[in-house]
Design a protein around this ligand. Sequence first.
Ligand SMILES: [Zn+2]
Length: 421
Amino acid sequence: MNAPVTRRTTCRLCGSSELELVVPITATPPGDAYVTKERLHEPQDCFPLDMYMCRACGHVQLLDVVNPNILFGHYTYFSGNSPGLVKHFEEYASAVIRKHAVPKDALVVDIGSNDGTFLRFFKQHGCRVLGIDPAENIARFASERGIETLPEFMTPELARRVRADYGPARVVSANNVFAHTDDMAGMADSVRELLADDGIFVFEVSYLMDVVDKMLLGTIFHEHLCYHTVAALQSFLRRHGLELFDVERVSIQGGSLIGAAQRIGGPRTVAPSVDALLALERERKLAEPATLKQFSAEVNRVRDEMRDLLRRLHNEGNTLAGFGAARGGTLLLYHFELGPLLKFIVDDNPEKQGMYSPGHHIPVLPTSALYEQKPEFAVILAWVHSKPIIRNHQRFLEQGGSFITCFPHMMVVDKRTTPFW
Ligand SMILES: [Zn+2]
């Protein structure tokens, strides 16, 4: 697979070719492909982000798959660098241990284990742990920190090898990777292969219902190929010999789903939460193309409103900055056409400072630039973090600056605004 992007023609979950474009999105470079000054001369390609719905199973997905070497080759995202994510993983891991009575000496295999943050909590419980992650630098980092990690892509062949070497797994986990894999069938088969007869498969994925309800545009990026629902997942897992027996909605990433499955015929009964969410999805018509098309229209309505406002402010001679050099902001810079309007982007993360945004090459500066360069407006690109950002930067409002956010709805926040945070 050497082409930069390949396009599949069948549903990733059920194989149907009845696919309908429901949310067209402007093509962007990979969302977190921030570049150094030395690499500014290298052109950055844009890749499609259009969302399609399968008319057979209702699954919403990207069909254009960017070569993993492009996406993951420079993967710099370490879970352990995000305190919020570490805390989430700790709660998630202890909930799995408690809810599913994971014994102390159990083997836990995490697919897409990143720096081993999730597995660390199982190790502390006494479990044997094994990570699998194709990003070599991250796998090496995790192994050096005591979480043995194989630097490989998960395949049924690797699953058989792991089972032969380590034994069957009591717990297999696949967190966001369960939405980031083109070969979902191979992933599900690998999981079944790894699982002990009484084993459980736990996964966390961002939930389509939340993406639609809260307009979570930050969750739409090239690696994120699947936008899951309980209905489509349940039938997909069943086709691969797995039974979804528990689901829970959690707030991480703006709204996600934690699911648990077992081999068909396994010892657990199906929790009422599964039927409850299936009923809610039916009520919300989440498997109907019209629902997603309505979402698309709403996104574009917000885009028009925001773009028109920012263009006017820009034309009036104001300086506009972006806040948050996160992956999700790239979609806003392209689909909302904000890129050409921003003079710079600020971010608290020192690793992002000094870099340039994907494609537009907008410089990323420390947040102190808000106080030194005094832009009139700061556009929050990571919408879901609007409240803490504004709370932490009262001084920017006091010096006469304004924040612009789209979350929970579009608003301009200045020192006269009634606090909403
Ligand atoms: Zn399908």
